[in-house]
Design a protein around this ligand. Structure first.
Ligand SMILES: [Zn+2]
Length: 90
């Protein structure tokens, strides 16, 4: 899951704007250092993306749940579409 969501280089272009958006949403409530800590934590990032209401991340996300949820959903959909498009071309 982490590879697909955050690492796969074939999906980099599609992923980038969503990661930027997530960073900017988090920056409304957290300092840079805290955000980097979250971003480098693979499990937390997967949790935040798939279900930001989960107790593992709810303390980080609770003030901006709506925005995070919307952005994360957009990212998953965009990556899913891109992956399908790549597979169809093969
Ligand atoms: Zn890959």
């Amino acid at each position: 899951m982490h590879h697909f969501l955050f690492q796969c280089e074939f999906l980099d272009t599609k992923r980038k704007p969503y990661i930027q958006k997530l960073k900017s949403i988090l920056s409304e409530t957290h300092e840079e250092q805290v955000i980097e800590g979250i971003i480098q934590d693979n499990e937390k990032m997967v949790q935040l993306t798939v279900d930001c209401t989960h107790p593992a991340v709810s303390r980080i996300t609770h003030k901006n749940r709506g925005k995070i949820e919307q952005t994360a959903r957009g990212m998953i959909y965009a990556l899913h579409r891109e992956r399908s498009a790549i597979l169809v071309k093969e």
